[in-house]
Design a protein around this ligand. Structure first.
Ligand SMILES: [Ca+2]
Ligand SMILES: [Ca+2]
Length: 138
């Protein structure tokens, strides 16, 4: 994990770069799909749901979440990804929902840069790295 500064525009430019975004989505999906059946089960999605930082938003950083409440938060997140409610998340659903979540986050951030603690291989980290590379190339 590392602390990075990002704003809404960093996220939007990452999401809107379709090729880079689709690549990251495919990589992430393949990484999560541990039984390689091309679908993400609830158990496989857990790793992703945990990285969405629901702890901070729902419970605060220092609070110890109630396991039952936590399970229901994860469950409702999973349902949000599973657009056709068939109990699994396919690549399209994963891509669509991740995009929506990142754009919603970008909206929330607006144009004021904030400091965030990011996991190494998270989408936000990739967004920051992309911007860094773009700046270095300019
Ligand atoms: Ca699977
Ligand atoms: Ca589905």
């Amino acid at each position: 994990m590392s602390v990075e500064v990002l704003d809404g525009a960093t996220i939007v430019s990452f999401v809107e770069d379709e090729e880079a975004f689709n690549n990251s989505i495919r990589n992430r999906f393949a990484h999560l799909d541990t039984d390689h059946d091309g679908l993400l089960s609830y158990a496989e999605m857990m790793q992703e749901l945990k990285s969405l930082r629901v702890f901070e938003t729902h419970f605060g950083i220092d609070e110890k979440p109630d396991p039952e409440e936590l399970a229901s938060v994860y469950n409702s997140l999973f349902v949000q990804f599973d657009h056709d409610s068939n109990g699994t998340v396919d690549l399209e659903e994963f891509k669509e929902e991740t995009k929506q979540m990142m754009l919603a986050m970008a909206n929330g951030l607006g144009f004021l840069p904030v400091q965030m603690v990011l996991e190494e291989d998270s989408f936000l980290m990739k967004a920051v790295e992309k911007e860094f590379t773009a700046k270095a190339a300019a």
